[in-house]
Design a protein around this ligand. Sequence first.
Ligand code: NAP
Ligand code: ZN
Length: 362
Amino acid sequence: MATTAQPELETPAQPTTAKAWGVESAGAAALPLTIERRALRPEDVAIKISYCGICHSDLHMARNDWGMSRYPMVPGHEIVGTVTDIGRGVSRHKVGDRVAVGCLVDSDLTCEQCRAGFEQFCATGATLTYSGIDRQDGSLTQGGYSQHIVVREEFVCRLPDSLDIAKAAPLLCAGITTYSPLRKYGVGPGQKVGIAGLGGLGHMGVKFAVALGADVTMITTSPGKGQDARELGAHHVLLSTDAEAMASSANRFDFILNTIPVSHEVGPYLNLLKPNGTMVVVGAIDSLPGLHGGQLVMRNRAIAGSLIGGLPETQEMLDFCGEHGILPEIETIRIDEVNQAWARMEKGDVRYRFVIDMASLA
Ligand code: NAP
Ligand code: ZN
């Protein structure tokens, strides 16, 4: 029988354009933009984006709150979609797969941190999904408020079949950012856990802590969210603006996950920890006024931080959600509603994550 040589997989040699929404300068409103996606490199996966979540970090970054923003900026790091093409060296994904991309799109993959699965701490600097600098051509990375994206295969996760793709996007940031510290600190049965701030991150924190078997208290500034917190699975609700309730909850928690997005007095929250308890801050990348060593020393308490999660743990989190049927509570919006969504998110008026239906960008 005659044999014919297998042709090499053809991949686009030319960059493509994508419709997107983004901001042109710090604090500007989001508006339609056209961006370029690179021609596939051998290790690249091309993804048609179905949905993208809106993280509070998108708002911080659009406004340059952290002094690291680059413009024009297409935000979005909670991305789910379908593989439309692969580079000739790709082995992990194939055309048609349902996939997900979070906050990172590249790193050196060789340093101590990358080899340990902590790509977010790459010694040569991880490449952010947006407002990052591409390691090979120096171009600006652009995120998920767009029709499609090109990402190297190691930074593309598999979306479990059991997860509804229309709801899953927020897992890629809100999900991993809360799952990672809960796992690292061994949250589980017999432990009293507080989740501070019922927003995108906080509501996932409640769901994960409940799934891990802890006794969970929602710590909120919003009296109106108590019922929601219970529906999400929280066993108790503590109003942080109620001084008496806070005082009577002193020394109660083994672990607190603090998702409050702005600078705030941490003392009242630290007082809630038992001796040997830990509070992990994931929200405020800012000064934490009023921190007094006595609150730590006199009770062996600890305060720590946590940044998203590495790629292996992100896949583990997605698989955990697939097994336990865990999905975010979302409000689906059109892309042209993104400015209103940002304004509502800033007021705490979101239950509990906005997700953009990218079909509205067609
Ligand atoms: P979000 O949806 O806006 O939720 C934040 C919640 O915090 C609000 O709903 C509100 O809940 C509470 N809150 C707001 N202002 C407050 C204040 N002044 N004092 C006390 N509580 C307040 O935000 P998100 O998307 O969950 O993000 C939360 C923060 O995490 C953002 O700063 C974001 O940039 C950051 N983040 C960090 C990482 C990481 O890797 N560490 C990853 C993603 C996001 P209540 O109404 O219940 O009080
Ligand atoms: Zn985020």
